[in-house]
Ligand binder design. Structure first.
Ligand SMILES: [Fe+2]
Ligand SMILES: [Fe+2]
Length: 355
């Protein structure tokens, strides 16, 4: 009888631990930063909505904060690492990120590749300029081993057994909007099929959902360039695979927010160098993803200026149509960017195949 009791206890323990052993990990801790827009001081460098003059310090301070966290498995940098793809700023970011104790991975942002003059869409504001910075391939070869593995500007890898992460390239040279081209979509589909037994997180610079009604059309300052042009097509591929629970992106420069579309959670991340200047630490278990988003340490004077510059002045393109100049509009705008209620949170994992 005693032997049977022991057997039942063993069986119970096996059932209890099955999800963990099947997924291959018990707990993964990773950091996320986005849009540092790092700019070493040069002529024309100034603190605006993007706090250019403080951007180097802000990135270094974020790296310092990550280095204080015991057991951090990896860090993701979600693109727009430079002001405008300047080669010297790419190298500066590389040397700063190399100071991380944890491995780090990067996705490319629209400000990280050569900006060539192209005709804007009808009625659109001018594109980012005519500066020729590093090319897409120079960028991805610079960061080989940090996600990139060969000539493709997109990548996937398993940072720990049982967890698969994907870094997409969503950029179109010459515009600040994005798309995921057909050959990359085909690769994504194949990669998800080949790794369908692993919990999967997708990382990208541009996102696949909207965060404000202005983003649903080109009517307001080309705000439809915040999500990729073919977001519905990308989401349809992700939705085919139940191992995809989360899609994390930057580009929008607002505090962490999330929304659920057809069982997948889409999470947007703040910029390192524009208000509210935060870094985020995630803890993933086979059952849930939780996070804490913290202000990057910086002097009170810089923090105050960043907040003032976020409200900005008339003509700033990041002010939405329902956030007019004035006290009420400013308040609404700050609440939208701060997203204080989302600084901490937890979401369930969708992947139930092993339970
Ligand atoms: Fe950005
Ligand atoms: Fe961007």
């Amino acid at each position: 009888m005693k032997r049977f009791k022991k057997l039942w206890i063993c069986l119970f323990m096996i059932v209890l631990l099955l999800p963990w052993s099947a997924n291959g990990f018990e707990r993964v801790k990773f950091g996320v930063i986005s849009d540092p827009h790092t700019a070493m001081p040069a002529s024309g460098t100034k603190d605006e909505f993007k706090m250019q003059l403080s951007s180097v310090d802000l990135l270094k301070n974020a790296v310092n904060e990550f280095n204080k966290i015991p057991g951090l498995d990896f860090v993701i940098l979600l693109g727009d690492i430079t002001l405008n793809a300047e080669p010297w700023n790419v190298e500066m970011v590389k040397s700063t990120m190399d100071g991380l104790r944890a491995p780090y991975y990067i996705v490319t942002g629209n400000h990280d590749i050569s900006i060539v003059p192209t005709p804007p869409k009808p009625g659109a504001p001018p594109s980012m300029g005519e500066y020729i910075g590093v090319t897409r391939s120079v960028f991805s070869w610079t960061f080989q081993g940090h996600g990139y593995n060969g000539p493709n500007p997109w990548w996937s890898l398993d940072p720990v057994p049982g967890l698969h992460i994907i870094g997409l390239d969503t950029n179109v040279p010459g515009i600040w909007g994005g798309t995921v081209p057909a050959n990359e979509l085909a690769w994504l589909d194949q990669d998800l099929y080949a790794n369908r037994d692993k919990l999967t997180i997708v990382f990208s610079h541009h996102g696949f959902v909207t965060w404000h009604k202005d983003e649903e059309s080109a009517a307001w300052k080309q705000y439809d360039w915040f999500p990729v042009d073919n977001a519905r097509e990308v989401r349809a591929i992700l939705e085919k695979y139940p191992q995809v629970s989360f899609s994390l992106n930057g580009h929008r420069h607002i505090g962490v927010r999330y929304q659920k579309v057809n069982d997948i959670y889409y999470i947007v991340h703040p910029s390192v160098s524009s208000y509210p200047m935060r870094y985020t630490v995630y803890t993933l278990t086979p059952n849930e993803l939780s996070w804490v988003s913290e202000d990057i340490p910086i002097s009170p004077a810089v923090a105050k200026k960043a907040k003032a510059n976020c409200i900005g002045k008339d003509g700033e393109w990041w002010r939405c149509s329902d956030m007019p100049l004035g006290a009420a509009g400013d308040k609404k705008m700050l609440e939208f960017f701060e997203a204080k209620e989302f600084m901490k949170g937890r979401l369930p994992v969708r992947f139930k195949s092993y339970r």
